[in-house]
Structure formats: structure tokens, C-alpha cells
Design a binder for this molecule. Structure first.
Ligand SMILES: Cc1cc2nc3c(=O)[nH]c(=O)nc-3n(C[C@H](O)[C@H](O)[C@H](O)COP(=O)(O)OP(=O)(O)OC[C@H]3O[C@@H](n4cnc5c(N)ncnc54)[C@H](O)[C@@H]3O)c2cc1C
Length: 453
């Protein structure tokens, strides 16, 4: 047992602190390729315990790295400087679901998909839908401001935060916002903590906005002979006044991998999937209009009406990641985002990089948001600091920034994108970030070693 943490462990109920090698190893990494062992893992059961742990670590200057499901894609929860991993997984209760107020109050370790199902059973809807929703937590989603396919119509996690309870670096517990759907009292601190990747405070409770559950869905999978036709279809749908709940695109390289792994995968060169939700008559009408709009340019149209047949189309979309993984190559999944009108230029950039560096690049994602997952398919055994990959990423990110885009639309900066933070943020913007960090965490104990120092 780490001697400096022993006095703290003794003050807390048995089992809160774990020091065994298996637990340390299980809490050392996420879905990215880096890992580092902590000295201890703490599993607090309530806010008071989080506060006690932080107050102690603050006094002793011991690093604390918050951890949810450990499904981040950028090494955000890797305890780079050791110290304590604060796992929120045992704080996993849905405290309240209120139909009349349209909200849920949850602990941070609630798995997102569990909450979505629980509110759905009551006729309510929690829209944020990261593809990791069966394993990632609400706390992790808040700390990364996670999004998903539904962002086009419904927005990101931030848009569903009414209230937050946060434990600050010195153990102080602060509540922001509350149960109202509007609140103009003071600065938007909820927005500040949302997306702060565990570097400003630990989210210990959240009050989430819920919507009425849309009763019906329809969807359309449209295949095209070329990527420009698919990109044009995205614009056509939106220009016609349709607002799909999701609008996805996939490139030829992704579809080639999909055909090897997914039974019934589309034969076209490129595809889009549009989904509509709402009242039965409305989703039927939206689907009919989308079919009319895309019939002249699509090589094949597969419409779906109702949840069951929509899910059949989404099964294909959800299979893309696994199909790429099945190639056996190392998938470096970037989540760059460009202004929506420049998607085709982004695809041209990735095609150029593919040719120049002779590396397969498969791109697909949320066309409606301009957020495309650009997957560099690196040779087996590629490590995080591989210089060849760094060069390609450097060129990709420079190109994305030149298009007016951002280096991360979903996953955050964490460790993975830290080398490009100085390129992605102006000196003034970096300075403001440092000022905020110093004000809230002057001893830099929260998730140290990441891009905010
Ligand atoms: C297969 C797969 C698909 C994915 N799809 C998507 C997607 O569609 N959209 C998307 O946005 N992301 C996606 N991701 C990325 C990832 O799932 C999200 O970033 C998710 O929000 C991480 O949640 P988590 O609970 O696993 O957090 P962790 O990985 O445990 O932590 C992530 C960050 O949040 C901090 N943190 C965790 N809990 C707290 C807390 N209570 N208080 C303060 N800080 C905290 C950590 O310190 C870390 O910096 C995907 C990942 C995988 C593996």
C-alpha cells in the first residue's frame, strides 16, 4: 500500500481504496493506446467521500485523475503522473426521473445507455448518443461534452445539462444551475466544466434535461456511385427543409472494409444514411420527400419505416468501426470537424494523404455536423508516438484547420491530440485556458500532464 495514501484510506470505509495490481492495471488506460499505473484507485460512493479524497490530495499535492467508463479515445483518464484514479463507477444511481419537470438527476457513474433506456420506458428521451453509450458514463460524457449521430437535430451533452454538482480540487462542493430549463443567473459555469476533461473539477451529480420521446422513426440508406454525389445529397436534404435526427456519410474505403465483414453491406461506392423522428405521419412524409430528392442521383435507395427496420440500417452503420478493426491494422480514429459545406474538401485531403503516404484512410461519420471520423489504418504494432503517423496527422490537422475546422469535434484533446494543442489554439486562447486552470486548480493536482498545465 502506498504509504502516503494509507492515512486517507483508513478514514474511508473498507473497499473505497484499492491498491492491488489487478485493479491498478484495470484503471490505467482507456480505448486509446497509452496507459500509466496509478498508486491507488478510489471508488467513492458519495460526494462527501469525493470531497474528502480531494481535500487530502490537495493538501499533500497528490495527483487525482477522474475516471468514468474508461472508454475515452484520447487517453483522457490515463493517470499520467500516477497518484489516485478516482473511479466514479460505484456512484451509478439514477436518483430521479421527473416527467413533469422534464429532467433526470443522476450520479456520474450511470452508464449513458442505461439512463437512455430508463427514461425511454417513461416516454422520455435523453438524446446524446455517443457510439460508446453502452459502456461510457454520464460523468465521462459531461467531461468530454460527448456527441453522437443525433447532434444535428438535438445537440451535444452540454445542451442537456441543467445542473451540475462539482467537487473542486480542494474538496469544495459547488452546485451550478438546477432544475429549471432556463437560467441566466451568473456566468455559464456548467459550460466551463462540460468538456473540461477532468482538469477543473470532478462531476459528482448532474441534472439532465429530457425531452418527450418521439413516437416514430423512418430512415433512408442511399448509395451513390461517387463521394461528391453523396456529399451533394447531404446538402440537398437540408436545403429542402428536412432536419434529420442523424445524417451520416461513408467513403469508398469504409464500404470496401464493410463488404468483407458485414453481411448485406452496401455495394455502392459511397453512402449516406438519414434518419427522421417524430409523429408517424411526419416521419413518413419526411421519408417520402427524401426519396424523391435522392432518386435522380442515388444508385440504390433502401428506405425504412419504424424502429425495427431503421435498426436494420443502423446495424450496417454501427458495423463500420468493427469492420475496420477486423482488417487487423491499427485504427487511429480522428474526429476532425469542418464547416459542413467543406466535407468534400476534407475527403479530398484524406485522399491526397492516402496517396502520398501509401496508407489506407477510411472516413465516415456525422456529415450533418461536418464531423468525420478519419481513420488512419496504420501497420500492426504502430505505437502512439510513431513518427510516420505523427507526420500524417500533422498534415491532416493543418489541412483541417486551413478549412476552418477543428482537430476534435467529439473526443477531446487528452493525450492523443496534446501535441497539436498549440497549433489548434491561439496564444491568447491558450493563456485564458491557463488562467482558468490556475484559478480552479492552483496546485495542478487534477488530471495533471494533459494539455492544460
Ligand atoms: C467504440 C467507441 C465509440 C465512441 N463513440 C463516441 C461518439 O460517438 N461520440 C463521442 O463523443 N465520443 C465517442 N467515444 C469516445 C468516448 O466514449 C467518450 O469520450 C465518452 O464520453 C467517454 O466516457 P467515459 O465514461 O468512458 O469516460 P473516461 O474515458 O473514463 O474519461 C474521459 C474523460 O473524462 C474525465 N472524467 C470522467 N468522469 C469524470 C467525472 N465524473 N468528473 C470529471 N471528469 C471526469 C476523465 O478524467 C477523462 O479526461 C467513443 C469511444 C469508443 C471506445
Amino acid at each position: 500500500m502506498s504509504s502516503r495514501l494509507r492515512p486517507l484510506a483508513r478514514q474511508l470505509p473498507a473497499g473505497v481504496f484499492r491498491f492491488d495490481p489487478a485493479t491498478l492495471a484495470a484503471n490505467s488506460g482507456d480505448a486509446w493506446m497509452a496507459s500509466a499505473l496509478p498508486e491507488a484507485v478510489a471508488f467513492p460512493r458519495n460526494t462527501a467521500q469525493i470531497s474528502k479524497i480531494l481535500a487530502f490530495c490537495h493538501r499533500k499535492k497528490i495527483p487525482v485523475t477522474a475516471r468514468g467508463g474508461g472508454r475515452g479515445y484520447v487517453g483522457g483518464c490515463v493517470p499520467l503522473k500516477g497518484g489516485v484514479v478516482l473511479s466514479l463507477l460505484r456512484m451509478n444511481r439514477v436518483l430521479e426521473i421527473s416527467r413533469s419537470d422534464g429532467l433526470a438527476v443522476v450520479q456520474p457513474g450511470v452508464i449513458t445507455g442505461f439512463l437512455a433506456s430508463a427514461v425511454s420506458r417513461k416516454g422520455l428521451f435523453y438524446p446524446p448518443d455517443p457510439a460508446s453509450l453502452k459502456e461510457s458514463t454520464i460523468g465521462g460524457n459531461i467531461a468530454t461534452n460527448a456527441g453522437g449521430p443525433r447532434c444535428l437535430k438535438y445537440g451535444v451533452t452540454r445542451n442537456y445539462l441543467l445542473g451540475l454538482e462539482v467537487v473542486l480540487a480542494d474538496g469544495t462542493v459547488v452546485r451550478f444551475g438546477g432544475r429549471t430549463h432556463k437560467n441566466r443567473t451568473g456566468l455559464d459555469f456548467i459550460g466551463l466544466f462540460c468538456g473540461s476533461e477532468g482538469m477543473l473539477g470532478v462531476v459528482s451529480e448532474a441534472t439532465l434535461r429530457l425531452l418527450p420521446r418521439p413516437p416514430d422513426r423512418s430512415a433512408l440508406l442511399a448509395e451513390f456511385r461517387s463521394l461528391p454525389q453523396a456529399a451533394a445529397a447531404v446538402q440537398k436534404i437540408l436545403a429542402a427543409g428536412l432536419l434529420p435526427s442523424a445524417l451520416e456519410i461513408a467513403d469508398p474505403s469504409t464500404l470496401a472494409a464493410a463488404r468483407k465483414a458485414i453481411p448485406g453491406a452496401p455495394r455502392g461506392d459511397s453512402l449516406i444514411i438519414a434518419e427522421f423522428d417524430g409523429q408517424p405521419a411526419a416521419v413518413k412524409a419526411d421519408l417520402a420527400l427524401a426519396l424523391r430528392l435522392l432518386r435522380p442521383s442515388a444508385s440504390r435507395l433502401s428506405p425504412a419505416l419504424g424502429t425495427h427496420s431503421c435498426e436494420r440500417l443502423w446495424k450496417i452503420r454501427r458495423g463500420f468501426s468493427y469492420a475496420l478493426r477486423d482488417t487487423g491494422l491499427v485504427k487511429l480514429n480522428e474526429d476532425v470537424t469542418v464547416p459542413r459545406g467543406r466535407i468534400l474538401e476534407l475527403f479530398r485531403l484524406t485522399a491526397r494523404l492516402q496517396k502520398k503516404y501509401r496508407i489506407p484512410i477510411s472516413s465516415f461519420g456525422h456529415a450533418g455536423d461536418g464531423n468525420i471520423h478519419v481513420n488512419l489504418m496504420a501497420p500492426r504494432g504502430t505505437q502512439q508516438d510513431d513518427p510516420a503517423m505523427r507526420r500524417i496527422l500533422d498534415e491532416l490537422f493543418s489541412g483541417v484547420l486551413a478549412l476552418g475546422g477543428v482537430i476534435s469535434g467529439e473526443h477531446g484533446i487528452g493525450m492523443a491530440k496534446s501535441p497539436w494543442w498549440p497549433k489548434a489554439a491561439s496564444p491568447d486562447l491558450q493563456k485564458i485556458h491557463r488562467l482558468v486552470k490556475r484559478a480552479l486548480d492552483p496546485l495542478a493536482i487534477l488530471n495533471p500532464g494533459k494539455y492544460l498545465r
